[in-house]
Design a protein around this ligand. Sequence first.
Ligand SMILES: [Zn+2]
Length: 331
Amino acid sequence: MLMRNNIHSSKLVVGQLVAEPGTRMEGRLKVGSMPDGTAVRLPVVLINGRYPGKTLYIQAISDGDELNGIAVIHKVLQTIVPEQLRGKIIAVPLVNVHAFHTKQALNPVDNRKMNRCFPGRRDGTSSERIAYHLFRRAIKQADYCLDLHQGGVHPMIDEVRVRVDEKHTLHGACLELARIFGIGYILNQKGPKGQLAQAAPELGIPTIDPELGGTHGWDAASIEKGVRGVRNVLQHYHFIDGTPQVPEQQIVVKQFVPLLSNEGGFVYYRAKLYDQVAAYQPIADIRDVFGNVRESIRSPVEGIFWAKPIYPMVASGGIIGKIGTPIEYLQ
Ligand SMILES: [Zn+2]
């Protein structure tokens, strides 16, 4: 067979975990210890393809209440056949174990947001140490990196974020990765320091931050879009066979404009998430506790109705939604 010449002999190694070519292995990477001495170990899946290729790193639950990503990893990995794979996949389905166990976004040990702690510090806080171990042992060896997030438990459209500055040498590669993920909506905005989608590009690794909706628990529609996105990436970069399903035209925005309520009350939306709204279009009415309309909130700009809070009540000065703007098209 033609392919026989192409097989490789390099092992996939993350810490003490090793996968031989053509195999999948599951294990746990020690990243710290609990007060009672129990080891803190992150689950890691290594799939070392039979054939040579690139290395993809994918992680989920960096914020402890963002669960859609782990289902994406489960569903994608069960379709991967190591004997047919070109390249290597390193998957960490649950990064922020401490926050996950308490069903919250932040790591309760240090009250930090994991996605402000990359590339990590060996002698840092709990989150920085976890980031350090992942970055040094796993992420550094990747050619592409996917950090699966969502809008926490708040309703948000399915989108992908590019977090490096437009002047960064890897901006084009990150935007191309976002386009191939193919979810249809992209935020192209330099992110805060410590995001994985900034730290990994500093080492030359194109990285995106897919944001798969926002919900308590799991959202099947967002998970399916995430599965399609990861498979698009695997197909486009030749890990697996198949043709990516990428929309011909995707919407790119650069920032969010918050919609603030002047009156306290209850929010009755007149626009839906994903709606393209015009400047001065009414987005919601605020009714007082008796049900009388006190205010109509209009979008100050043209854009996409991108995100909204989970609860229908608001205090004066509270945010009732975010508009992604300005609208540009990526082909
Ligand atoms: Zn997140």
